[in-house]
Design a binder for this molecule. Structure first.
Ligand code: CDP
Ligand code: MG
Length: 739
């Protein structure tokens, strides 16, 4: 049968590949224990680089019981993990023996840098230790920031479980548009962005006795801004303790920034990790990752697998491929549990990654960068690292920001490899060559503050009364032109006056936990009498790209369903239409299912929308509706996003108005086959080309109406470009009607 043939091929390929790996393994082993003879020595040479960093992955602290093989095997086998009680596992964490030392050090110093291997217990244990030490007396809170939403949620869940409390009571979390805390909350996990916003309502953060800026090494934009702010409040709040905690990177730098604060090092526990490289570059790293997973599963001893991919789409693709192939292999292989983890995954599904593999089986976790340092999953022995992550990049000249799949840094690659050596010796399979590692990867990831739009942060700092941004205490300052551009953009939006001071509009905009363009759009909706529609659109845009469901076996049906939602004018109106129809079914799950809409994304959009609605009230904007008036709706959008205007130019290409950059309409857009002359886009993604995602058609005259101080009539001249012929159909008639 063809199926059997497939199975054979797959297994055979597995064996072959294993041989290749084993060969490399031999080299690794030789150098590790000293090359014995000239022959191997020669062979080893080309791996010198590999070895150098492998030396880093040695065990620095003996773990109780490990060393005897039987117990080691048990540690590796995540199906055995359940047997230990929570209390017992807590005591096994590397941080546990240092509990008292840590408490003493914190008592003695106001600011402390804490450095420890990922998984040593920093995030989950330190707040509990400090609670035991009395820092939560009189209702004072311990706050702990996380760069990622998923980490904040899952760590809070874990801690509440360890303490035997219900999540949301004493232990809670707060992430954008989701507040799972109460009056009683004393241990509060939150995203760094949320703590930043807390400064707006409580500038001295008086409710906190301790602030932990966790995962500091990630150097997200918000964490970097927090550094400057908390350093400042620590000066006039001597009672406040400040902990800066990071994986084993940059501790020295943090110490220097915080006036030479002492570093508390938690000795790590790392087992050797053997790093393997492919001999040649991989053309398709998702396929290579899938093949590697199957090979490990078929040929390697027990232990779970962690695969690093760049985002939800890739993860879903890999998941489908793995499901399909394991199904074909059937009972010929042991059970393989496939578990995805990424930031927008609902929390009940996130929790699954922590469940042990079934007895005798193995789990494979398909993760984004979240698993690099923010989340520790026990039982991982094998790491597959394709070498990429999704990163924001920003061009300060054109003001264009886009998400791109980018090669990771060496520091990242080593963190990833380290994930394999937590419970026993592990293996890391890099799907790139040793040469690429050495010559193509940067040493460190560039801090986000140096590659992103700063509009949001500048608006926030201005709202906090910090006017002199050039001299703000940044650990690594952003490029001057990025700062200037942010100020210019805020001025164009009307949030700042010509002296760079916050305007009344700017103050209102800062109330919204969204980008300045979006908050401006929302506030502008007041004038166009369509705030109800605009907050729906804003909410739908906030759950970006997770609305339409497109299963591989029903692509045609799914696409037809999606196209039925199209509305003339563009994608924002399509999103509005989806939400309105769903609302009319009384938020039916069945309706979502029938229309290939992701119900959980819709639920999230509804939550976001509810919160935006209460913010409308707070900023005294009347909820008005004018659903049929798509001109009004699109004018409101234009008021916020006029920066993102592009124009059709010769040859059917689109170019940005200000900088003449070429961009394309995303094929999923309802306007893909129409060719409107003027377009506003919501965001750019760079895949093979620079694509605009979520676009609407506008009229150039609107730009003069909403941003007269930004555009000059000359720039908006329509010239001789003729509109491309449109497809004739229902949409065209609708268009003429709504105009
Ligand atoms: O912060 P750090 O990387 O030092 O470690 P941690 O996040 O406190 O994790 C310590 C241990 O808690 C991990 O080894 C996991 O076993 C466990 N943990 C968990 O089971 N579930 C979570 N959501 C988070 C941590
Ligand atoms: Mg942590």
């Amino acid at each position: 049968k063809p199926e059997d043939k497939y199975v054979e091929d797959e297994l055979e390929r597995g064996n072959y590949e294993q041989k290749r790996w084993e060969e490399d393994h031999l080299h690794a082993a030789t150098l590790k224990f000293g090359a014995k003879d000239a022959k191997t020595k020669n062979k080893v040479k080309e791996y010198d680089v590999i070895m150098d960093e492998e030396i880093e992955f040695v065990q620095t602290l003996k773990m109780p019981g490990v060393g005897k093989n039987k117990e080691k095997d048990e540690m590796m086998d995540s199906s055995k993990l359940k047997k230990m009680s929570l209390e017992e596992t807590r005591k096994l964490l590397p941080i546990y023996p240092f509990k008292q030392d840590l408490i003493d050090a914190i008592a003695e110093h106001q600011v402390l840098i804490i450095e420890g291997e990922t998984g040593s217990g920093k995030t989950t244990q330190i707040p509990q230790y400090l609670h035991d030490a009395g820092y939560t007396k009189n209702g004072m809170k311990i706050g702990c920031t996380q760069p990622r939403r998923v980490a904040a949620m899952s760590v809070a869940a874990r801690v509440s479980q360890e303490m035997g409390w219900k999540l949301g009571n004493e232990v809670g979390y707060s992430i954008r548009f989701e507040d799972c805390t109460s009056e009683r909350t004393i241990l509060k996990y939150m995203t760094d962005g949320m703590l930043l916003r807390e400064f707006l309502s409580e500038p001295d953060l008086g409710g906190y006795s301790i602030l932990i800026i966790d995962e500091a090494h990630e150097r997200t934009l918000h964490t970097d801004v927090l550094f400057g702010l908390v350093k400042d409040i620590a000066r006039f709040r001597p009672d406040l303790k400040l902990l800066i905690s990071s994986a084993t990177l940059d501790a020295q730098k943090f110490s220097e920034f915080f006036d030479d604060a002492p570093i508390f090092r938690i000795p790590g526990r790392r087992f050797p990790v053997h790093v393997y490289y492919t001999k040649a570059p991989e053309a398709d790293y998702i396929d290579a990752a899938v093949v590697s997973v199957l090979q490990i599963h078929v040929t390697q001893p027990i232990g779970d697998i962690l695969v690093f991919l760049t985002g939800q789409e890739e993860i879903e693709t890999a998941q489908e491929m793995l499901l399909e192939r394991t199904r074909k292999l059937g009972s010929k292989i042991k059970e393989l549990v496939i578990l995805p983890i990424y930031s927008t995954l609902p929390s009940d599904q996130q929790a699954k990654i922590f469940e042990p593999a079934p007895p005798g089986g193995r789990k494979v976790i398909l993760a984004t960068n979240i698993a690099e340092t923010s989340l520790t999953i026990d039982g991982i022995i094998y790491v597959i690292d394709p070498g990429f992550c999704k990163q924001k990049s920003y061009n300060a000249k054109t003001g264009m920001e886009s998400l791109q799949v980018t090669p990771i840094s060496k520091a990242s690659a080593n963190q990833r490899a380290g994930r394999a050596g937590r419970v026993a010796a592990g293996k890391c399979f890099r799907l790139y060559t040793a040469w690429a590692y050495k010559n193509e990867l940067e040493e460190n990831t560039i801090p986000e503050i140096q590659r992103t739009n700063l509009g949001n942060v500048v608006l926030l700092l201005k709202s906090l009364g910090i006017n002199d941004l050039i001299n703000f205490d940044f650990m690594d300052p952003p490029p001057h032109e990025t700062l200037v551009l942010a100020l210019e953009q805020l001025y164009a939006l009307g949030a700042l006056n010509h002296r760079g001071e916050l305007t009344k509009l700017g103050r209102r905009m800062a109330e919204y936990p969204v980008d300045p363009m979006m908050s401006k759009m929302i506030i502008a909706a007041e004038q166009y009498k369509c705030s109800k529609e605009i907050i729906t659109i804003a909410a739908m845009l906030s759950v970006n790209n997770a609305i339409f469901y497109r299963p591989k076996d029903k692509i045609v049906h799914a696409d037809t369903a999606r196209q039925n939602f199209f509305r003339p004018g563009g994608d924002h109106l399509t999103l509005l239409n989806v939400y309105t129809q769903w609302e009319e079914t009384d938020y039916s799950t069945q309706w979502c299912y029938e229309n290939f809409i992701q119900h959980r994304s819709m639920k999230r959009a509804r939550d976001v929308r509810d919160q935006l609605e209460s913010l409308l009230e707070r900023t005294e904007i009347e909820v008005t509706s004018d659903v049929g008036n798509t001109v009004a709706i699109r004018k409101a959008i234009t008021s916020g996003y006029f920066y993102h205007t592009v124009r059709l130019s010769k040859g059917g290409q689109y170019k940005t108005v200000k900088h003449q950059q070429t961009v394309m309409i995303h094929p999923n857009s309802s306007l893909f086959e129409e060719h409107p002359r003027w377009i506003i886009y919501f965001e750019l993604v760079f895949t093979t080309k620079e694509f605009m995602r979520q676009v609407i058609e506008i009229e150039n005259s609107w730009l003069m109406e909403v941003a007269p101080h930004y555009y000059k009539a000359r720039e908006l001249d329509d010239g001789a470009i003729k509109k491309m012929p449109k497809r004739i159909g229902k949409s065209k008639n609708d268009l003429t009607r709504t105009y």
